[in-house]
Design a protein around this ligand. Structure first.
Ligand SMILES: Nc1ncnc2c1ncn2[C@@H]1O[C@H](COP(=O)(O)OP(=O)(O)OP(=O)(O)O)[C@@H](O)[C@H]1O
Ligand SMILES: [Mg+2]
Length: 287
């Protein structure tokens, strides 16, 4: 990452907040700083999520380490996507969704009234299950966030660098002006990753990013995720246990009812989980 293309540290901490940026420093407002380990970037405390009357997540306590890959696994409907969407407040877009409890990013509760969700999402990017490039050129897709954030200086370089990080550059460098919709599914997904990282977020959330891809494209995305973790915190939802085991440092196992049953080092979860229910799930006895 070149320094001239990055926001300065001051701009970086600019603000999740809509008012009084002075008070919005992300760590300054943390009244439980001492309880966090040094490298926790995202932490939930007693997080409950409801869709109308239905509770989708119950009492989730989870601390996600910085610059690592954290996988979320569990059967369909157990709340993995819901948790992911809490992190950058995408659930705000669902009218009937209500979130109780606390979810902090760098020590600041993202549900505080003074947090601007748009500013939050600039720092916590997201990649979805189905690649969703805009019906624009390859170049304009990656440029999109840079333009909306007025980060257009050295844009060609930033775009090239983002496409390189997303392991797509060689395949598209001669056709940047062509429509993104003409790319293959795997290429589109790597383009969406390039688009997400072009604005230099701190965290990239991925909801089953490879589930619609063939094994080769899947393996490219997996390699990419491991590389991204050098610079970014990656939180990935996957139904593919081998994938979680291969690429993640930590694994969170959610089970039906929206309960977080176990969260630990990935090796521990897959080799010697504490919970019988987790063991049954990962060995395919149910789910
Ligand atoms: N927009 C919504 N409106 C109402 N209920 C919802 C909505 N989104 C999710 N839910 C409910 O919340 C619960 C958790 O859903 P969520 O999508 O988070 O599960 P998931 O673990 O991601 O499942 P999958 O593996 O199938 O993607 C489910 O009971 C689901 O029906
Ligand atoms: Mg889901």
């Amino acid at each position: 990452m070149t320094t001239e293309n990055m926001a300065t540290d001051d701009e970086e901490t600019d603000s999740l907040v809509t008012t009084d940026p002075g008070a919005g420093g992300l760590s300054e407002n943390d009244d439980r700083g001492a309880a966090m380990t040094a490298d926790t970037i995202i932490e939930s405390r007693d997080l409950d999520v409801f869709y109308g009357e239905t509770q989708a997540l119950q009492n989730i306590d989870l601390a996600i380490p910085e610059n690592q890959v954290t996988a979320m696994i569990g059967p369909s409907g157990c709340g993995k996507s819901t948790f992911l969407r809490c992190i950058n407040r995408m659930n705000d877009l669902i009218d009937i969704c209500r979130v109780d409890g606390e979810l902090t990013f760098n020590g600041k509760n993202v549900y505080d009234e003074d947090v601007d969700p748009v500013a939050l999402r600039r720092r916590i990017g997201m990649v979805f299950q189905h690649p969703n490039p805009f019906p624009k050129s390859i170049y304009d897709n990656v440029a999109y966030g840079l333009r909306t954030q007025d980060k257009t200086e050295n844009m060609d370089e930033v775009i090239e660098e983002s496409l390189k990080k997303a392991a797509l550059w060689d395949e598209v460098k001669d056709r940047l002006d062509k429509s993104a919709l003409d790319l293959s599914g795997g290429q589109q997904q790597r383009l969406c990753i390039a688009r997400a990282i072009a604005v230099d977020p701190e965290v990239v959330l991925m909801d089953e990013p490879a589930s619609a891809l063939d094994p080769i494209a899947t393996s490219q995305i997996e390699d990419l995720i491991e590389e991204l973790a050098a610079e970014y915190t990656v939180v990935i939802v996957t139904h593919n246990m081998q994938q979680a085991a291969r690429i993640s440092d930590k694994t969170a196992v959610f089970l039906t009812g929206g309960e977080l049953v176990e969260f630990d080092d990935t090796n521990k979860i897959f080799e010697n989980p504490e919970s019988d229910r987790v063991e049954d799930y990962i060995t395919g006895k149910f789910g």
